[in-house]
Design a protein around this ligand. Structure first.
Ligand code: NAP
Length: 235
């Protein structure tokens, strides 16, 4: 039996990842920062809920205690994330980005990943087949964002891409440090969710595919990599 926690899973890609992993036989906990939104999603999926705000130490520690008491964790999917749009729901470009705005995006997308991973590491280390999936983005790829022939090149924002580049680095460093674990970053692709005002071109079913696949890799699978549904993504 594989036990899996997905952060930010009350909607969007996290919710769909939960749905697909339940179908694949995982015992799933969904994390939601809002108890009521979480309760509704957990009821719909038929899974357990942990109230977990990735920016809040106490909530992360409490969630880890709950899951530890229930029997432990095999797979952690760091999915919770924000884009950090500005006024009028627009992407904040270099002329307007502030340190404060960067900090709030990093608080969730970067420090949140570290906070949650740190809290759950002791549980993962007790699993026979520990797996971590960090939900990054193609916008975190230095190679893509600097290549004029890619859609990523034309994204004007600063905070979100920088936060996902940091997620990629965190993934690489953790993967080297914990060779018994499979730790990878994934790029779901541009997916229709609230994150982008539902402007994405893929369905959540398509977007969740790579996280679902990487959540199920065995001990012989890759670690320290960066993948989308088609294969490795250039860093
Ligand atoms: P979404 O529909 O907006 O869902 C984001 C989820 O993260 C929500 O459940 C949200 O909870 C949760 N969340 C935000 N801040 C949180 C916090 N502090 N603590 C706990 N949960 C928090 O967006 P999505 O597209 O599914 O995004 C999921 C992941 O995919 C993100 O990491 C995103 O960067 C990544 N991604 C998305 C796309 C895309 O095109 N959609 C592409 C590449 C990567 P609330 O409901 O409480 O706000």
């Amino acid at each position: 039996m594989t036990t899996t926690l997905i952060t930010g899973a009350n909607k969007g890609l996290g919710f769909e990842t939960a749905r697909q992993l339940i179908a694949a036989g995982h015992t799933v906990y969904i994390g939601s920062r809002d108890p009521e939104r979480g309760r509704r999603a957990a009821e719909q999926l038929g899974v357990r809920l942990v109230v977990l705000d990735v920016t809040d130490d106490a909530s992360v520690t409490a969630a880890a205690k709950t899951i530890e008491a229930d029997g432990g964790l095999d797979v952690l999917i760091n999915n919770a994330g924000i884009e950090g749009r500005g006024e009028g729901n627009t992407v904040v470009g270099p002329a307007d980005v502030t340190a404060e705005m960067m900090l709030s995006v990093f608080e969730t997308n970067v420090f949140g990943v570290v906070r949650v991973t740190h809290a759950f590491l002791p549980l993962l280390q007790r699993s026979a087949t520990p797996v971590v999936v960090n939900v990054s983005s193609g916008l975190g790829s230095m190679a893509l964002v600097t290549d004029p022939d890619t859609p990523a090149y034309h994204y004007p924002g600063v905070a979100y891409p920088a936060s996902k580049t940091a997620v990629n680095m965190i993934t690489a460093q953790y993967a080297k440090a914990f060779p018994n674990m499979r730790i990878n970053a994934v790029e779901p692709g541009f997916t229709k969710t609230d994150l982008n005002g539902n402007t994405g071109i893929q369905t959540v079913e398509q977007g969740a595919e790579i996280a679902v696949r990487m959540a199920q890799i065995g001990p012989d699978g890759p670690t320290g990599g960066y993948f989308d549904a088609a294969g490795p993504v250039p860093w």
